[in-house]
Design a protein around this ligand. Structure first.
Ligand code: FMN
Length: 359
């Protein structure tokens, strides 16, 4: 059985280890969605991850939902990401970009011409977002029209092509945590009566069409998908997550993707941790490719997940945020720096590039 420190094949890449860096929004980009200068240091400090998945990155101006998050739709954004990717590669790292559309989790002050956010259905989330004046309730969304869906899928394709131009090793489609794709998947946010709503096979369609558009520009071995089947974050509910996600994974199996990334114990999970893990264990047996798990793992439980066959790799969020040399620390059993939640979202180098590596 593999350990966290054994290499793993991912598409055509051989990754140095199975300690992945989970995507982490840090709200330090410029107002125009260009990553900050500090982002190069932040990601290169973490280049010893088997794979870095970047912070969620909006595919279009309408895909933005929080202050100072980066995009991958303008030339300057692509050029800046390209410098970050080069620096990570020079440090021996591998890096995927997380493609993001927030759907209804946005605010008119963040969107072009103060537009209303878009969503599968016009159902406002009981949720907050970060805007220029601080935390604020999200705005009322409008339901996407058929042509709006097509435009959004085109935006995913364009953003995927931009990520390729920037030199990324691949992309992760963000279908988790209550954002647009997850809003299509789950019954609480999708009340459509067209072919994108109703039965699970229809609710999964927006996800598979997104995958298909991204595969127009990337090889399947360079595309991962992230889901959070039992996650309640962003006011999410689903009447039958086992059915919804069994069908989603069944459909995703058709594409030979690089990996499936499952957020097992998301914030505000609706179930107990036993139910979360039972769901993930079921999807693990169903999924035909590399299975990446996330949510609350430490070195010990990560090793267990690999040794008992539950996962092929483990993604670490907060532990990687606070420990730039996490693989080395886990290998040595060294003490970990504690993450400081007050510097998670926004700010400067403090709590971003300031966490020390072992000396
Ligand atoms: C500061 C912060 C930012 C996050 N940003 C993202 C994100 O951009 N995309 C995403 O899919 N998940 C995001 N998450 C969720 C994490 O990827 C991960 O699922 C969560 O932290 C649980 O893993 P952990 O216990 O290893 O930290 C974020 C979590 C935190 C704490």
């Amino acid at each position: 059985m593999a350990t966290l420190f054994d290499p793993v094949q991912l598409g055509s890449l051989v990754l140095a280890n199975r300690v992945f860096m989970a995507p982490l929004t840090r709200n330090r980009a410029h107002a125009d969605g260009v990553p900050s200068e500090l982002a190069t240091t932040y990601y290169t400090q973490r280049a010893s991850a088997g794979l870095i998945v970047t912070e969620a990155t909006q595919i279009s101006p309408m895909g933005k939902g929080y202050l100072n998050t980066p995009g991958i739709h303008s030339r300057e954004q692509v050029q800046t990401w390209s410098r970050i990717v080069d620096a990570v590669h020079q440090s021996g790292g591998r890096i995927f970009l997380q493609l993001w559309h927030v759907g209804r989790i946005s605010h008119t002050s963040l969107l072009p011409n103060h537009a209303q956010p878009v969503a599968p259905s016009a159902i406002r989330a009981n949720s907050q977002t970060l805007i220029a004046t601080g935390m604020a309730p999200v705005s009322e969304p409008v339901a996407l029209t058929a042509s709006g869906i097509k435009e959004t899928l085109d935006d995913f394709r364009r953003a995927a092509a931009n990520a390729k131009d920037a030199g990324f090793d691949g992309v992760e489609i963000h279908a988790a945590n209550g954002y647009l794709i997850d809003q299509f998947l789950k019954t609480g946010t999708n009340q459509r009566t067209d072919e994108y709503g109703g039965v699970a096979a229809n609710r999964v369609r927006f996800l598979t069409e997104t995958v298909e558009r991204v595969l127009e520009v990337w090889d399947s071995g360079q595309v991962g998908v992230r889901i959070s089947p039992t996650g309640g974050f962003n006011d999410m509910t689903d009447e039958n997550p086992m059915e919804t996600f069994s069908i989603a994974v069944d459909r995703l199996n058709n594409y030979g993707l690089a990996y499936l990334h499952v957020v097992e114990t998301a914030q505000n999970s609706k179930g107990s941790s036993e139910e979360d893990l039972a769901m993930s264990a079921h999807l693990r047996t169903q999924w035909k490719g590399l299975y990446v798990v996330n949510g609350g793992y430490d070195g010990l439980t990560g090793e267990e997940a690999l040794s008992n066959g539950h996962a092929d790799a483990v993604a670490y969020g907060r532990a990687f945020l606070a420990n730039p040399d996490l693989p080395k620390r886990l290998k040595l059993g060294a003490t970990l720096n504690e993450p400081d939640p007050t510097t998670f979202y926004g700010g400067d180098a403090v709590g971003y590039t300031s966490y020390p590596a072992l000396t």
